[in-house]
Design a protein around this ligand. Structure first.
Ligand code: A3P
Length: 287
């Protein structure tokens, strides 16, 4: 079945959750509070992982909130129809989530000290993860082939827009005090150290036991066993669990099992072109 995406400012969004009104409200009218904390990502970069980490940090490592409340209620997607309502009635300090690119993020953010945590991932692994996600999530068009999907990713045609523009837009904030960026690869390599850095940025003091509990409860296996974040509670007409798993593999470098030599060459050429002048070294730049 064809999917009729919602389009806002030239970017496509999945219709199940978004409307032009919710996106426009988020962009133009949503009032950011100084004590808001935003979890921002391009899709498939570790959004839900960061949701689990941040809500565990907020609970000082006690897992009961994560185990009893859906992740989307703990950290509402404020630019979506349902998430907007939840965000507006959420008592401060709020934890909020979105995939919005910088240029359509709430205008009121410019004058606020709200904190942003931006998580990025090797774009080659993003495109692979996104490909499988689109196969199981009915709010996205079923990909015709990986070849075509990769082409659409590189030209910025996929829902949520161009990965390159998303990263370039948000990374403009990299020297601001209220902006923290981290990669999926760093989370994988050293989750404990990453949690400590996040606590420092958030001004939250957690002792060693609390940090260990965050690490344990945000592990891939713990998350797979937690229905509040594994997506199995989503309605079957949105997420078809017979076609895959949301927490699919949780590894770095799966792109190597999917990209042909020609696709790798094309990717590298376009990546270099589009990232020129950004002057940030990401873990995947070493590959
Ligand atoms: P894969 O499809 O490569 O497995 P998002 O939340 O932005 O949609 O990202 C989903 C991706 O993050 C999926 O990648 C998922 O498995 C991975 N992920 C989620 N939690 C994780 C964890 N605790 N450890 C490693 N990867 C995780």
């Amino acid at each position: 079945m064809p999917v009729h995406y919602v389009t806002y400012k030239g970017i496509k969004f999945p219709p199940a959750y978004n409307s032009v009104h919710s996106l426009s409200f988020a962009h133009n009218e949503f009032l950011v509070r100084d004590d808001d904390v935003f979890n921002i990502t391009y899709p498939k970069s570790g959004t839900v992982w960061m949701t689990e980490i941040l809500s565990l940090i907020r609970s000082h490592g006690h897992p009961s909130w994560n185990q009893t409340v859906l992740n989307s209620d703990r950290m509402p997607w404020f630019s979506t129809r349902l998430g907007l309502e939840a965000a507006l009635s959420y008592p401060s300090p709020r934890l909020l989530t979105c995939h919005l690119p910088r240029h359509i993020f709430p205008k009121s953010f410019s004058h606020s000290t709200a904190k942003v945590i931006y998580t990025l991932r090797d774009p080659r692994d993003v495109v692979v993860s996104y490909f499988y996600f689109c196969k199981m999530c009915n709010s996205y068009e079923d990909p015709v082939s990986f070849e075509q999907f990769l082409r659409d990713f590189l030209s910025g045609e996929l829902p949520h827009g161009s990965w390159f523009e998303h990263v370039r837009g948000w990374m403009q904030m990299k020297d601001r005090e209220n902006f923290f960026f981290i990669t999926y690869e760093e989370l994988k390599q050293d989750l404990q150290g990453s949690v400590r850095r996040l606590c420092h940025f958030l001004g939250q003091n957690l002792d060693d036991d609390a940090i260990s509990s965050v690490v344990q409860n945000a592990s891939f296996m713990a998350m797979r066993q937690n229905p509040m974040c594994s997506s199995i509670l989503l309605p079957a007409d949105i997420m078809d669990q017979t076609k895959g798993q949301f927490l699919r593999k949780g590894i770095c470098g799966d792109w190597k099992n999917h990209f042909t030599v020609a696709q790798t060459e094309t990717f590298n050429r376009i990546y270099l072109e589009k990232m020129r002048g950004l002057n940030v070294a990401f873990p995947w730049d070493r590959d």
